[in-house]
Design a protein around this ligand. Structure first.
Ligand SMILES: [Fe+2]
Length: 562
């Protein structure tokens, strides 16, 4: 036994004072479900004793509460569009000290280099960041993504202590059908955690999916689906993010039916930094669950020990000797009023420092487009043509077959029938898919994005070719991101130079530029009932019904049309 351990044992048994002690604090004991007034002693980054303790420094916490730091059981850091450290800092100030992330977007653009960047960029931050390696790169066999990750590639991560398992297994049909590629990955990670992506599978499919070893799901939108998965032995991560809000529906059902909560956790999936600052992160989930009738202790258990148990994080999620000292001091329990957040025993304070990471040039120059000419974006139409219809407020699309405006056998876009173009942008293959888009509504302009799930190719929507091509040029110039053009001139551009997904700038600058882009989009007539950028970013996603556009052309989901 080394000297340090000898001294730590002396402090743990009370023979020596600890560095710091929270005195007379109401401790939320997530193991027993009790609230007990006692002392909590901290030494270095660990909780060393709980009970009656003395310290070199003591803080009287009479009337206050102490709970473990919160855990987000599933999120994608790329969706913040900034360096991952910025989300971690802002979310940690609101009580989240552990983040279980799936770098699915980075993996689809840059493969292992992308995943490694996300690991590196979150090493020296104010939170524990663990990674679930992306299981579906590419998302489907029809995608032209920047990388293909097979079991042999993912094997490199097996012994990484920050990798907890395999990220959301979206290709459920393949898994249920016994597809060898997916099952090789599952076999490799069988002794770790396999994250799911289910939602509302019928009972037979759910059985097969669960039998494959999938243990968690964050896609439940109803209490009924959550209950079915719970009965099937899964953990349900209750999601409340910027894009998708499922908490009320599930928690109301839990309260109404007095259901056991030990297999429920909280996650955000995707949450914007401005919303985190305004409303909280996982702290919002805790508050809202309490408002809906869950007891504060249970809500805290869902946000801490349940997720720690699910992912085998024995040193996190509770207040007990040996746990990492990630703690929240609360001035009020019912309203979950946070006074201070501690990470590894130290209070988290806002910093103005932008964490920078050495970024490989290949990640900063990820736009690799073949030369584009006006001839490449022409669409031959002969009679009726399949049209992609945007649905208000949804990422689903609907197919219609109709006569579109045309001249000399080619489609002529207008403000009703926009042109949508997807350019393969990873390997300069020159693949360009052109389609017709309705209910988007841009007039006298074009808008472009390299955030385009899941392959993140370049997508552009416009009503004229000049503005579409102006956007393509600008996207090349800024190494990826968003831009909007009208009259052949680019009116705003948001560089997302890290893989075409994230910016190295301060999130406030990025958010301000994104807001300006959205404002211009509305001025150019884009449908008021959609988010112009989010809607566009899902038009190329081959796993969501009904009709999509990919670099290979118009794609009908569920219909093999290669
Ligand atoms: Fe997700």
């Amino acid at each position: 036994m080394n000297q340090k351990t000898v001294q730590q044992m002396a402090i743990a048994r009370g023979a020596q004072p600890a560095q710091f002690v929270f005195k007379n604090v109401s401790v939320i004991n997530v193991y027993s479900g009790e609230i007990i007034v006692q002392d909590v002693a901290i030494e270095g980054d660990k909780i060393i004793a709980v009970g009656q303790c003395s310290g070199l420094e003591e803080l009287d916490c009479t009337g206050k509460y102490l709970c473990p730091g919160l855990i987000d059981s599933h999120l994608h850091l790329e969706s913040t569009m900034v360096h991952p450290s910025q989300l971690v800092e802002q979310a940690s100030l609101t009580g989240t000290t552990t983040f279980i992330v799936d770098p699915h977007e980075a993996g689809n653009v840059a493969g292992k280099a992308g995943i490694n960047f996300m690991l590196d960029a979150t090493r020296d931050v104010t939170g524990n960041v663990y990674v679930m390696v992306p299981s579906c790169v590419p998302a489907s066999q029809y995608d032209d993504s920047g990388a293909v990750l097979l079991a042999a590639d993912l094997a490199d991560y097996l012994n990484n202590e920050r990798v907890l398992g395999l990220g959301e297994l979206m290709s459920s049909d393949e898994i249920v059908a016994g597809d060898a590629v997916m099952h090789d990955k599952i076999e490799l990670f069988r002794h770790k955690v396999l994250d799911g992506h289910a939602g509302s599978y019928d009972d037979k499919k759910l059985n097969a999916y669960r039998f494959s070893g999938v243990e968690t799901d964050h896609e439940c939108t109803t209490y009924y689906d959550a209950l079915r998965e719970l009965r099937c032995g899964m953990y349900v991560h209750i999601r409340e993010g910027s894009a998708t809000r499922n908490l009320d529906a599930i928690v109301e059902g839990i309260v109404e039916n007095d259901l056991a909560t030990n297999r429920f956790t909280f996650c955000t999936d995707d949450k914007h930094i401005s919303e985190i600052i305004e409303r909280g992160h996982i702290s919002y989930n805790v508050r809202r669950a309490i408002e809906l009738g869950i007891s504060p202790v249970k809500a805290i258990q869902m946000a801490t020990i349940n997720a720690a148990t699910c992912y085998g994080l024995k040193h996190l999620g509770g207040i007990s000797p040996g746990c990492q000292a990630d703690l929240i001091l609360l001035s009020d329990l019912a309203s979950f009023a946070i006074e201070k957040v501690y990470f590894k025993g130290r209070p988290i304070v806002p910093s103005d420092r932008l964490v920078t990471t050495d970024i490989a040039p290949s990640l900063l120059n990820s736009i690799n487009l073949a030369p584009v000419e006006v001839a490449d974006i022409q669409l031959a139409v002969d009679g009726d043509f399949p049209v992609i219809n945007v649905i208000d407020g949804q990422i689903l699309t609907a197919k219609s077959v109709e006569r579109v405006p045309q001249k000399n056998g080619f489609f002529v876009a207008d403000s009703t029938f926009n042109k949508v173009v997807v350019f393969e942008r990873h390997k300069a293959t020159g693949k360009v898919g052109v389609g017709v888009l309705k209910n988007y509504g841009i007039k006298s302009g074009a808008i472009a994005s390299t955030v385009s799930h899941d392959s993140h190719n370049l997508i552009v929507v416009g009503d004229n070719d000049a503005d579409i091509l102006a956007c393509v040029e600008k996207i090349k110039e800024i190494s990826g991101g968003y831009c909007i053009a009208s009259g052949g001139k680019v009116l705003e551009a948001v560089p997302l130079e890290i893989m075409g997904l994230m910016s190295n700038q301060d999130y406030r600058i990025v958010e301000q530029k994104v807001s300006h882009t959205l404002e211009i989009a509305k001025q150019l007539g884009v449908n008021e009932n959609i988010d112009p950028l989010i809607t566009m970013s899902f038009l190329a996603l081959t796993v969501i019904p009904e009709i999509r556009i990919i670099p290979r052309g118009v794609f009908e989901v569920g219909v093999c049309n290669e």
